[in-house]
Design a binder for this molecule. Sequence first.
Ligand code: ADP
Ligand code: NI
Length: 212
Amino acid sequence: MNELIMIQETEKWVKTQLENEGTGHDWHHIRRVTKQAKEMAKVEGADEVIVTLAALLHDLIDDKVVESEEEGLKQVTQWLTSIGTTAAQRQHIITIITTMSFKGGTNKPVTTLEAQVVQDADRLDAIGAIGIARTFIYAGSKGDPMYDPNLAIRDSLTLKEYRNGRSSAIGHFYEKLLKLKDLMNTKEGKKRAELRHQFLEEYLQQFLQEWN
Ligand code: ADP
Ligand code: NI
């Protein structure tokens, strides 16, 4: 298969795998991440085929989407073999998607430029207007409140007190979203994160002003 067809076929497969996904790992998330990843790969000089395939497949090993990470990995590996990727390409793509997810504290830093680009693209989709919408949808699906002043006490833009265990959509801004700007790997990723980060801060300010 030539590379264009490999990518087209993977798009179709991922779409069917993500039908009925309601946790923010839907096809549209994948489509947005893949588009930005591709654009950034060009600017950063990363391998576009690796970046595109890894972006398309990056959420298919999440245990919110498949039974287990192990099961997801098996399916993704089989898929990559069936479309004729080389062993080196497969290994690179698998390494990218297993190391890039933000699971608090324990995640290893991504090492290759291709991994950095895909991780940046995924992080961009977690901030800005879309990131805010995804956060509220996710919190709603878990039954978390949009905000609880007893859980999160705001002191300028740092979290003064955050009690363990319970969370809220606004709490997630402090736990993760506001940190992402400084975690961007690439120059292009940092650039693209700026406006989105600014929008998060403006949104928080307006939200808390209305709340109070
Ligand atoms: P991804 O790797 O695609 O960012 P995640 O599973 O980390 O996927 O999160 C999916 C979306 O839900 C993201 O936009 C993320 O910021 C948001 N999210 C994750 N955990 C929480 C939470 N505890 N409360 C609210 N939103 C969350
Ligand atoms: Ni993702």
